[in-house]
Design a protein around this ligand. Structure first.
Ligand code: PMP
Length: 449
């Protein structure tokens, strides 16, 4: 039925036609069971999202309770519901600085779309209507609607017949020190990236640029951790030119890096807006949020003649908001931020040790957000031929061993639940190591390497 009727997101028609899909039936903590009863350790964390782990009865009860009480009420114009109001206040208390205002969306993509609109609204309200242009980075992923995907720019994502927003969005080099120009150390690369931003602004005219979109760590582009000081310097340039800094924390918020939000706590920046989703409900129900500053609210509200003509039927959905409140309560009560920090350090260290393997060029990331970059040649950092699909081969080998890791081209990415234990770290590390060795041996046998 799935093969006959279900078009999967981001699917690859050829292999899907051949193999169909793996049917998942049950989840508990970090573990998944397929319809055939086989068990897998989910080091992908759903899709960077199952932060508290699966199968929590308490979540089911909170959701059921809200469904029985009030399954739906819209939040348009001036109606609200208790979970939406409580969650907005909770997010304001957790978010850094004066990010005290919340607009609910249905997903990360729609949060990014709304941020894009809000940049235009704010800049116009401030008397700068010409500030329409946006800056983002190569290898970023901001979602799958037309606007969010146009802000993002991973190689291979774009097809010529889709009509992306072609004008008004400019992309800078991804701050990936592993792929810095030859001979440039991290500090020099950082200077180079900051200079590139300056040059781009000079070219467009800073008076025309309204917003800068950045994931603190670029997740789906390959867990790119920027050079020390990069985000702070980019934020300072934004401030200087009245450019709003939009931190896309769809992945990094709610504990993946051991903090509610990574912008300030991990990177020392104070964004003007934060987009989040995923860990907000740990995937129990769909929900996204755009958290923005009092300053932006006041500017928009001062222009009282105009409506905020944006939002969704399911913005502030009471059941999704009730799930988010319970999810946040669990993260607090079980000190999952502390666990992400402590066990995350072990995970980072165990994964880093994989760099000893001949095929592993680099292991990067922080805490519970890690990526293994497989290469043909460690010295030159040259990649294996694309059609070998080394990331998928390693992921498939892991899957046969009962471990889920995510393939992304030649990379393998992991973002396990925050409940990860030291014992899990050992098991995931050992299994992934075995899989990489096995694939490397197979490639040698096949005469590839
Ligand atoms: N921003 C980032 C940084 C993401 O990683 C994602 C999803 N992977 C999105 C936005 C889009 O979120 P969603 O899939 O919920 O629309």
């Amino acid at each position: 039925m799935d093969k006959a009727h279900h078009l999967h997101p981001w699917t690859n028609f050829g292999p899907f036609e051949e193999k169909g899909a793996l049917v998942m039936s049950r989840g508990e903590g970090c573990w998944l069971w397929d319809a055939g009863g086989r068990r897998y350790f989910d080091a992908i964390g759903g899709m960077w999202c199952t932060n508290i782990g699966l199968g929590r009865r308490e979540m089911a009860e909170a959701i059921a309770d809200q469904v029985t009480r009030l399954a739906f009420s819209n939040t348009f114009v001036d109606t609200t519901n208790e979970p939406a109001a409580l969650l907005a206040a909770k997010l304001a208390s957790l978010a850094p600085g004066d990010l005290n205002r919340v607009h609910f969306t249905t997903s990360g993509s729609t949060a990014v779309d709304t941020a894009y609109r809000m940049v235009h609204y704010y800049q116009t309200a401030m008397g700068r209507p010409e500030k329409t242009q946006m800056i983002a980075r190569d290898y970023s992923y901001h979602g799958s609607t037309y606007i969010s995907q146009s802000v993002g720019k991973r190689p291979g994502d774009r097809v010529p017949f889709f009509r992306y927003q072609e004008t008004g969005i400019h992309h800078l080099t991804a701050p990936n020190p592993y792929r810095a120009p030859e001979g440039m150390d991290e500090a020099a690369f950082c200077d180079w990236l900051v200079a590139e931003f300056g040059a781009k602004l000079a070219q467009i005219g800073p008076e025309k640029v309204g917003g800068f979109f950045a994931e603190p760590i670029q997740a789906s582009g390959g867990v790119i951790v920027p050079p020390e000081g990069y985000l702070q310097r980019m934020a300072a340039i934004c401030r200087q030119h009245d450019i709003l800094f939009v931190a896309d924390e769809v992945v990094t918020a709610f504990g993946r890096l051991g903090h509610w939000f990574a912008s300030e706590a991990e990177f020392g920046i104070q964004p003007d807006m934060i987009t989040c989703a995923k860990g907000l409900t740990s995937g129990y129900l769909p929900l996204g949020a755009l958290i923005f500053s009092d300053r932006i609210w006041q500017a928009m509200a001062a222009d009282g003649a105009r409506w905020f003509t944006s939002g969704f039927t399911y913005s502030g959905h009471p059941v999704a908001c009730a799930a988010a409140l319970k999810n946040i309560e669990i993260i607090e009560r079980e000190d999952l931020l502390g666990n992400a920090t402590r066990v995350g350090a072990l995970f980072e260290a165990r994964m880093k040790a994989l760099e000893a393997l001949p095929m592993v060029g680099q292991v990067r990331g922080r805490k519970l957000m890690i990526c293994v970059e497989n290469v043909a040649d460690k010295a030159t950092r040259a990649l294996l031929p694309e059609d070998l699909d080394v990331g998928t081969r390693i992921a498939d080998t892991c899957e046969a061993m009962g471990l889920m890791v995510r393939p992304l081209g030649h990379l393998n990415v992991m973002s396990p639940p925050l409940t990860l234990t030291a014992e899990d770290v050992g098991m995931v590390g050992d299994t992934l190591e075995r899989a990489i060795r096995q694939v490397a041996d197979d490639l040698v046998r096949e005469g590839v390497k």
